[in-house]
Design a protein around this ligand. Structure first.
Ligand code: NDP
Ligand code: PMR
Length: 398
């Protein structure tokens, strides 16, 4: 608290594996309009996508390269992979970094963004307010503070028939002024419950979907932060992140039989947030270790810069919210706008040069990305394994 006071100073044709003959049909058409009804029969994700319906007829379908292909079975899988828009789920896309990333991706026309948000109306309004093209996004309800809602979201997403190419775990809550812990629907302390456990279940369930996708860029991105990394100045501002031996988490994080803090200590909202970011970064590495080789999926985390004006600080005292942006702009020089941060995360989603797995991306003063070093705790392999195992018990996967 003392230091908190101190701070005051392609065409988008989907070619499902199981429908190969359809791809052949389309490849013989050389850019000529394909009736939407025909396409929709084979891919529910086209239904309701107005741009697809209207835009297809004028697009030079890559089929011209396919004509030389003797049979669809021999068509290169790379070719098939480039024929449709990517589908990316972004949690917490109703404000801040998530919204800016949704906008940056949707504007390229190459992505359909699934905005996974707890407040449907807020998300719709936000998408409209920043001018995200209607045909490039879908809002779906997701409350990460309820594991039931996470499971329902996954069901709804699967029913939509859309393949999943990229998942971005971005949503978070930060409760620095809370005196007492609050809890998720299942009784986990709210910051770790939302930022880590909700995302842990979501990403574990959706790993299957990512694995099935034939898209060339399959990625699972979990947003981390500098403040969880004690190898930085920002990470040394008390209270510092520290998961200890995970005894509080193993005890259920419910503040009843056990502590509401991962390390078993007294509740501290700012620490709980930083701990949750360490969990996010450890989870990314454990995913990489367990699944990268087997699935080819890229697992990554990032620190997008200090986006000092987002809703993340809504629970902080008003004076903090006034002074934090100029402090970051002129003193630490760590400030980035929502727009710039959104572009950074959009690159981690889609830039072929950022496809390395197991990386924690950061940006230097010239806005160039680099592979950053995580703190000792945030790169502790044994802790990552233990966190994974304890978390899967808590969310009902083990
Ligand atoms: P915002 O508060 O603007 O965005 C957070 C989003 O998470 C909001 O859309 C919010 O929804 C959503 N959210 C919160 N709780 C839930 C829930 N239970 N279920 C679903 N969605 C939920 O903050 P930022 O944009 O700053 O934060 C985005 C990410 O960036 C976070 O992971 C944060 O840790 C990270 N980050 C931020 C930094 C910064 O300087 N701001 C620096 C480093 C990392 P709603 O709109 O309904 O409130
Ligand atoms: Mg920090 C290079 C120095 C730097 C950077 C990049 C950040 C980022 N902060 C830095 C330094 C400092 N901060 C210093 C020296 C202080 C003490 C005066 C300080 C204080 C401070 C507070 C009180 N900083 C904060 C807070 C918060 O409440 C924010 C936080 O911890 O949220 C969890 C925060 C942040 N500082 C950052 C960043 C990125 C944050 C916010 C968000 C986050 O990690 O997600």
């Amino acid at each position: 608290m003392a230091l908190q006071g101190a701070s005051l100073i392609s065409s988008t044709l989907r070619i499902p594996k199981e429908n190969k003959p359809i791809a052949l049909k389309e490849t013989t058409l050389f850019g000529v309009a394909v009736p939407t009804t025909f396409r929709a029969e084979f891919n529910p994700s086209f239904a309701g996508n107005k741009k697809e319906k209207s835009g297809l007829s004028v697009r030079p379908i890559r089929a011209q390269t396919a004509i030389t292909t003797p049979s669809i079975n021999q068509a290169s899988s790379e070719e098939k992979k480039t024929l449709r828009k990517g589908n990316v789920i972004i949690t917490g896309a109703s404000s801040g970094l998530g919204l800016a990333t949704a906008k940056a991706l949707a504007e390229t026309g190459k992505w359909n963004v699934i905005m996974a948000c707890r407040n449907f109306l807020k998300a719709e309004k936000a998408a409209k307010a920043v001018g995200i093209p209607k045909e490039n996004y879908t809002v779906m309800h997701l409350d990460l503070a309820s594991l039931e809602s996470v499971r329902q979201f996954v069901d709804t997403f699967r029913h939509s028939g859309m393949p999943l190419d990229v998942l971005v775990c971005n949503a978070a809550v930060y409760l620095p002024t809370a005196k007492e812990p609050t809890f998720t629907a299942e009784g986990f302390e709210l910051s770790v419950g939302t930022n880590h456990l909700g995302h842990f279940l979501l990403s574990r369930l959706l790993l299957d979907d990512l694995t099935k996708s034939e898209y060339p860029q399959r990625r699972l991105i979990i947003v981390g932060s500098i403040t969880g990394n004690t190898n930085t100045l920002a990470g040394n501002v008390p209270p510092k992140a520290n998961l200890g031996d995970l005894r509080g988490l193993a005890g259920g994080l419910n503040g009843l039989g056990s502590s509401s803090m991962i390390d078993g200590g007294e509740f501290d909202g700012a620490k709980a947030y930083k701990d949750s970011k360490v969990c996010n970064m450890l989870t990314m590495q454990e995913f990489h270790k367990r699944y990268h080789e087997e699935t080819g999926i890229t697992f990554a985390s990032l620190y997008p810069g200090c986006i000092a004006e987002t809703g993340l600080f809504r629970e902080h005292i008003p004076l903090f919210r006034i002074l934090f942006p100029p402090f970051q702009k002129y003193i630490t020089k760590g400030y980035v706008s929502e727009e710039e941060a959104g572009k950074r995360l959009a690159k981690v989603v889609s830039d072929p040069t950022l496809s390395k797995s197991g990386v924690y991306w950061s940006w230097n003063k010239n806005s160039s990305s680099f592979e950053n070093q995580l703190s000792k705790e945030a790169s502790d392999k044994e802790k990552a394994r233990k966190l994974w195992e304890v978390s899967e018990k808590l969310v009902g996967l083990a």
